[in-house]
Design a protein around this ligand. Structure first.
Ligand code: AMP
Length: 205
């Protein structure tokens, strides 16, 4: 089973993906994470992607799809994949159609003012990648591994506003592209409730 998680930045795609992974034995592929890994390793793709990511813009489709195709060749994708943050344009969706079957598309619906608040409060563990929010966690070190937390370069108001504009213009049209396989869930609820309703939908599929 291959699933797409669709939603603006900070709509909770990553959190939901982790819960679905263990329930359905799928592997989560986040193009954002793949780009960050490339940046960390100083690859050509990473250098290029950073210029777009820092401004909240989308990395060109061809670069994104080539990177994704490479990732899909790995053995762990055999049982199915959760696409987190991909596709983000109609063009990417058309390209994905050629390389994988998409069984379901989950849209996480969250008002933009809530998203701005989530963005400015997000902190990430520098070692294990665990994610926190200052609204619910006030410490500056990770509860799991004790390493310092940091704020991502692109977690600022200017960039998030830009990302929301890009989402509205480039990614939201995918909702119509996938109407036949779409399940929309209110993402402004407890993550457990979001997970339960998505799980019930997927079990019926
Ligand atoms: P994310 O971690 O999913 O919020 O992505 C962070 C940034 O990576 C985005 O703002 C884009 O610049 C870039 N990015 C991630 N996924 C894609 C994609 N599918 N297409 C183009 N750019 C992407």
């Amino acid at each position: 089973m291959n699933i797409i998680l669709l939603g603006a930045p900070f709509s909770g795609k990553g959190t939901l993906a982790k819960k679905l992974n263990s329930e359905f034995n799928l592997v989560q592929i986040s193009t954002g994470d793949l780009f960050r890994e490339n940046i960390k390793n100083g690859t050509k793709v990473g250098l290029l992607a950073k210029q777009y990511m820092d401004k909240g813009e989308l990395v060109p489709d061809s670069v994104t799809v080539t990177m994704l195709e490479e990732r899909l060749k790995k053995n762990d994708c055999k049982n199915g994949v959760i696409f987190d943050g991909f596709p983000r344009t109609i063009e990417q969706a058309k390209m994905l159609d050629k390389i994988a079957k998409v069984d379901a598309v989950i849209e996480l619906d969250v008002p933009f003012d809530i998203i701005r608040r989530r963005c400015l409060g997000r902190r990430v563990c520098s070692k294990c990648g665990e994610i926190y929010n200052t609204s619910t966690y006030s410490k500056t070190t990770c509860a799991k591994c004790g390493s310092p937390l940091f704020q991502r370069d692109d977690d600022n108001l200017e960039t998030v506003n830009n990302r929301l504009e890009v989402y509205k213009k480039m990614t939201a049209p995918l909702i119509n592209f996938y109407t036949d396989r779409l399940f929309t869930v209110d993402g402004n609820q407890n993550p457990e409730i979001v997970f339960e309703s998505v799980k019930n939908f997927l079990k019926k599929e």
